[in-house]
Design a protein around this ligand. Structure first.
Ligand code: ASP
Length: 329
């Protein structure tokens, strides 16, 4: 007679093997239906622009449609929570920017853990920001802007995409650099914030070049500077904030792609291959150049490249935000 312990060990082994075989078959068949790419801000804004640009070649690589879903609100944290709770089957993936690294310091309580609730697909693209005003704003240069803000503190409004958005972070650094607190107006993304800036309902906005370059070139907004240390090829006549005396003003918006924790490794590999294919796509590459967005080098487009960088960014922004003393509940 076969001893009972042997029988149960054999059953367990067969169970493990059939699970592994099922996992393998699942990964082989993946994807056999559309994949949802969650974007944490409103349609039409700069993060959405990047996601929609990528979704076309990603779909080609995966052999299935990639459907962009805008899950908006609370500076991107609602979408991050939605993805952390999604089924880890590769049919829900997520693109988010550096807000993933600032949220832990900005929110006293978060419903997701950036370092434990996700699988990491890779970094995507680095995008500079621009400081803008509505077209008919009274100031034309940075010194004029600063003088105007100081004289009209109670009147000037600064739009952002909520606590945790990079427009919020940029505004925070700007206000702290000039020592003035302004009235901020939160939106569900800088897409709708831009609509109001163009309509003259708000005065100022700091936003990524993936939305702002065409508007600056068409003269539909006023620009006061870029938030990186070197001038941009797409906007050679726009000075950096740093060269205008705001020494060390540097916000470069990095983006990462994530999946819920537990997404199988072979599935993640297919998503990563699709991400790489998207960033090799000639149309995507050209549009990124036109918008002064830098596609990251291949070694950053990896799970480890994203996770390590995310850790360092959490460590970098935590003290800066704590010093600024802005928190949400
Ligand atoms: N630019 C936005 C931000 O401030 C988000 C967006 O709408 O893409 O984070």
């Amino acid at each position: 007679m076969i001893p009972k312990s042997f029988r149960s060990a054999t059953t367990a082994l067969v169970g493990t093997l059939s699970l592994a075989a099922a996992g393998h078959a699942f990964a082989q068949a993946y994807p056999d239906r559309p994949v949802t790419l969650v974007v944490p801000f409103a349609a039409g804004g700069p993060t959405d622009v990047v996601a929609r640009m990528m979704s076309v070649p990603m779909a080609k690589s995966l052999g299935q449609q990639v459907v962009v879903e805008n899950t908006v609100g609370a500076g991107g944290t609602i979408a991050a929570t939605r993805v952390a709770r999604a089924k880890p089957d590769g049919y829900t993936i997520f693109i988010h920017h550096m807000g993933m690294s600032t949220a832990p310091a900005l929110y006293r309580k978060l419903n997701f853990d950036p370092l434990n609730d996700y699988e990491y697909v890779g970094q995507v693209v680095d995008v500079p920001m621009t400081l803008l005003a509505r077209k008919d704003f009274p100031a034309n240069t940075l010194p004029e802007l600063l003088a105007y803000i100081k004289a009209n503190k109670d009147k000037v409004t600064l739009a952002n995409a909520g606590l945790g958005a990079v427009s919020h972070l940029c505004g925070l650094l700007f206000q702290s650099a000039i020592g003035v607190d302004m009235t901020t107006v939160p939106y569900k993304g800088t897409g709708p914030a831009m609509t109001d800036l163009l309509g003259g309902q708000v005065d100022l906005l700091c936003d990524q070049t993936t939305q702002t370059v065409p508007l600056i070139k068409e003269g539909r907004v006023k620009v006061f500077g870029v938030t990186v240390s070197k001038r941009l090829a797409a906007l050679p006549n726009v000075p950096t904030l740093d060269e205008q005396g705001m020494k060390g003003f540097e916000v470069k918006v990095w983006h990462g792609m994530y999946a819920p924790k537990g997404t199988p490794a072979p599935v993640l590999e297919k998503i990563n291959a699709a991400l790489r294919a998207a960033m090799e796509d000639p149309t995507v590459k050209q549009r990124m150049v036109d918008l002064s967005a830098d596609i990251v080098p291949p070694e950053k487009m990896t799970a480890a490249g994203l996770k390590t960088f995310l850790e360092s960014e959490i460590a970098k922004w935590g003290p800066v935000i704590k010093k600024a003393g802005v928190f949400a509940d």
